[in-house]
Design a protein around this ligand. Structure first.
Ligand SMILES: Nc1ncnc2c1ncn2[C@@H]1O[C@H](COP(=O)(O)OP(=O)(O)OP(=O)(O)O)[C@@H](O)[C@H]1O
Ligand SMILES: [Mg+2]
Length: 437
């Protein structure tokens, strides 16, 4: 249990210079992330559980403990109690994935100094660790950042992490995706408009730039911006001021820009679809998020992370995937990256009845052909048919966002017969709706 602990000798010279922070978290990726963020200014010691934390506290001087609430064995609250019994003066900040008032109150009563929601992103692959280091460096500045990566790799998550770790954290984080806004409205969405600026402009409206004043503006899918708006954006970045539509008056803005794209901007520039001068303005710091298939080592970590999360959300006690299911998860290509993985784990967590997620609880594109799947085993035909049917139905429900009538229609069966099947499989369609979390 003493893995990675570096107890400090009494009188250690560095002790006087750098405060010591003890990180207690069972997730290796999170310990590593904390280390990356804190390493420059603090002496960081990390351990995976409560007993190891208490060992460190007995043998070394610690100034602050960052304590995960949900730990295996002895939970965070109990560890907090014991830490305070050992040394009343140690400050403890509880770290949690989900904030609940009840635990917060309990924690404060027991003398916790503060309460922190987990800000970090899961991943251990060297490329990802390099990315986290960059994130923590750029967080301290107001530099414009360009985040590139395939869909679902975590670009927005990273943009939010930068904001949250930056001195602007108490000001707004405003996201805007021009691809999701009607062409005619984009300019007014970005820059706002005055009353009467155009037909339908009944009152003054602030644009996203102004709403983000003092904070961070996240410009998503930047490559979809029309040429005319690219020119306007360039001018805003140069002048650091905007004009509301129909105003003509310049307003100073202090906004940090983070742009994201899932297409190759250099290629768009070469094709003439994106202004090169704007590209250079945005590309001050470039964060490239690797696709999941290029960092398969992170898959087991992410799976564990999502299982913990969905266990909590669905009140389940799934301990993990079976070795065969994990192998199938690691072998898959993940075109939809972390978002797809998250959806797969969520769906399996909803469906699974036993303690672990098996190959047959995975969607067909992962399970077919995997060792231990229905089709490589000698199972009775009716059982295989049933599993196949279940997968077909699930896939259709996913596609129609849990709408039973629509799924029944698409599958060419009666709604009642679909309902009967769902009841037999103990599937609740509403759990499969995207907003169901
Ligand atoms: N490293 C990670 N750890 C935990 N969750 C992650 C990680 N990366 C991504 N996710 C989760 O995956 C989902 C997709 O992430 P996000 O929306 O940031 O991706 P994106 O790159 O912006 O995708 P798109 O290009 O489709 O907009 C989110 O629910 C996010 O929380
Ligand atoms: Mg996104």
């Amino acid at each position: 249990m003493t893995a990675q602990v570096r107890p400090l000798e009494p009188g250690d010279g560095s002790r006087a210079l750098r405060p010591v922070i003890l990180v207690v978290d069972d997730e290796p990726g999170l310990r590593e992330s904390f280390r990356l963020i804190l390493d420059d200014d603090y002496e960081v010691v990390d351990v995976p559980d409560g007993p190891a934390a208490l060992d460190v506290l007995r043998s070394a001087q610690v100034d602050l403990v960052l304590l995960d609430i949900r730990l295996p064995g002895m939970d965070g609250i109990e560890v907090l109690e014991r830490i305070k019994a050992l040394d009343e003066s140690v400050e403890v900040i509880l770290v949690t994935a989900v904030k609940t008032v009840r635990t917060a109150v309990a924690a404060m009563k027991l003398g916790a100094f503060d309460y922190l929601t987990k800000p970090l992103i899961v991943g251990q692959h060297p490329e990802v660790q390099k990315l986290f280091r960059l994130v923590s460096h750029v967080s301290r500045t107001s530099t414009t950042v360009l985040i590139t990566g395939e869909s679902g790799t975590g670009k927005e998550l990273i943009a939010r992490a930068i904001h949250r770790q930056s001195p602007r954290r108490d000001k707004p984080f405003v996201a805007v995706n021009p691809a999701a806004i009607a062409d005619t409205l984009i300019e007014s969405e970005l820059f706002g408009h005055e009353k009467g600026a155009f037909t339908g402009a009944f009152q003054r409206k602030l644009g996203r730039f102004e709403l983000a004043q003092g904070g961070t503006l996240f410009l998503d899918e930047i490559a979809t911006l029309r040429p005319e708006l690219q020119a306007k954006l360039l001018r805003v970045l140069q002048e650091r001021e905007i004009e509301r539509v129909g105003s003509g008056r310049a307003i100073k803005i202090d906004v940090r820009i983070i742009a994201a794209t899932n297409v190759d901007l250099t290629e768009a520039v070469a094709r003439g679809g994106f202004r090169d001068d704007l590209y250079y303005r945005l590309n001050v710091v470039h964060l490239a998020v690797p696709p999941l298939r290029a960092r398969r080592e992170d898959i087991p970590l992410l799976v564990r992370h999502f299982i913990r999360r969905f266990n909590h959300e669905f009140g389940k006690r799934i301990d993990g995937p079976t070795p065969e299911a994990l192998a199938a998860l690691c072998a898959y290509g993940w075109p939809g990256n972390v978002r797809e993985l998250q959806n797969v784990v969520e769906r399996s967590a909803v469906l699974v009845e036993g303690a672990s997620i098996g190959v047959d609880d995975l969607p067909m594109e992962l399970s077919v052909g995997a060792p231990g799947d229905t089709f490589s085993e000698a199972v009775p035909l009716n059982e295989a048919t049933d599993r196949f049917e279940r997968q077909m139905v699930l896939r259709m429900l996913d596609r129609v966002d849990g709408n039973v009538s629509e799924a029944a229609r698409a599958l060419g069966i009666h709604r009642n017969s679909l309902k009967a099947k769902l009841a037999r499989w103990k599937i609740r369609a509403r759990d499969l709706r995207s907003g169901a979390q």
